[in-house]
Design a protein around this ligand. Structure first.
Ligand SMILES: Nc1ncnc2c1ncn2[C@@H]1O[C@H](COP(=O)(O)OP(=O)(O)OP(=O)(O)O)[C@@H](O)[C@H]1O
Ligand SMILES: [Mg+2]
Length: 268
């Protein structure tokens, strides 16, 4: 088990400030949901946590140790990432792509052993991608490819899992299947950082939420503490309906169309 933490992190792209004094903690056994409008810094925070970008100010600590001091190989064994961009896919088979997740575990000659094949198979089984194993990655649908990228991250068997909108291309069933799996992984002791746009999924699955607004933390807490009407309307700059749901007991968030708003204002 590993704990990952961003402390007072600031990040710039040239003159554009993407993150300012951001604190975030991902505890073992739990899911931290990272939410916020487009461009608020969610992917940037994930890039900093995964070590893809080094912050200009502040630090990222893994079990109290600065991430910069961790070797690439060790980082690969500790942190698995599912990025937002689905890179142009290579014409390799799904099974080979998932096996790439084993790279940080392989010996000096890069041979895959039975343990690696087992980890890859297990990852494909859990992500329902076994039936795609012999297909070419560049010939899959966006949603299928997204599940394969998760399978690769799972095969890595890292205690920290960072996911950037893993449900973006998924249909309703696959989104729920994937997030059920992510929650199981957290319950098994992994630390999960999850960027998610859908606030209803964030409400249902995350233990804590970090709401970003223009690169700063606007709120941090349990979903019920963070998903409040006034705050969300302000940060997202639109009118919303926010209320607890009878079935799940969790907060639901609905955007309101102009037509509904006009009706509300007319009081009908
Ligand atoms: N490589 C880059 N070069 C310059 N600016 C960048 C780069 N990547 C992101 N930015 C800018 O940094 C800010 C934060 O971007 P980021 O990708 O972290 O947002 P996000 O919250 O993930 O948004 P989205 O919901 O659209 O994925 C944005 O203003 C974006 O334009
Ligand atoms: Mg993003």
């Amino acid at each position: 088990m590993s704990r990952i933490e961003a402390r007072g992190v600031g990040l710039r792209y040239g003159r554009r400030e993407a993150l300012r004094a951001v604190d975030a903690v991902v505890e073992p056994g739990s899911i931290l949901g990272i939410i916020g409008p487009n461009g608020s810094g969610k992917s940037s925070l994930l890039r900093v946590l995964s070590g893809v970008r080094t912050p200009e100010t502040g630090a990222v600590l893994v079990d109290g140790r600065p991430l910069q001091e961790v070797s690439d190989r060790e980082r690969g064994r500790t942190i698995a990432v599912v990025p937002q961009e689905t890179h142009p896919a290579f014409p390799i088979r799904v099974r080979e792509m998932v096996l790439l997740g084993r790279a940080p575990h392989l010996g000096p000659f890069g041979w895959e052993g039975p343990a690696d094949l087992r980890a890859a198979n297990d990852a494909m089984r859990r992500t329902e991608t076994l039936e795609l194993a012999e297909r070419r990655v560049d010939q899959l649908s966006g949603g299928e490819r997204q599940r394969v990228v998760l399978a690769r991250a799972l095969a890595q068997e890292a205690p920290i899992l960072l996911l950037d909108e893993p449900t973006a291309f998924l249909d309703l069933r696959h989104a729920v299947v994937l997030l059920d799996l992510v929650r199981d992984l957290a319950r098994e002791g992994r630390s999960v950082g999850l960027v998610v746009h859908d606030l209803n999924l964030a409400s249902m699955y995350c233990d804590r939420l970090l709401l970003l607004s223009a690169g700063s933390v606007a709120a941090e807490g349990t979903p019920d503490e963070v998903l409040t009407w006034k705050l969300l309307c302000r940060v997202y700059g639109t009118e919303l309906y926010v209320a607890p749901n009878d079935v799940t007991g969790k907060t639901v968030v609905l955007p309101l169309s102009r037509e509904h708003l006009e009706r509300l204002h007319r009081g009908s």
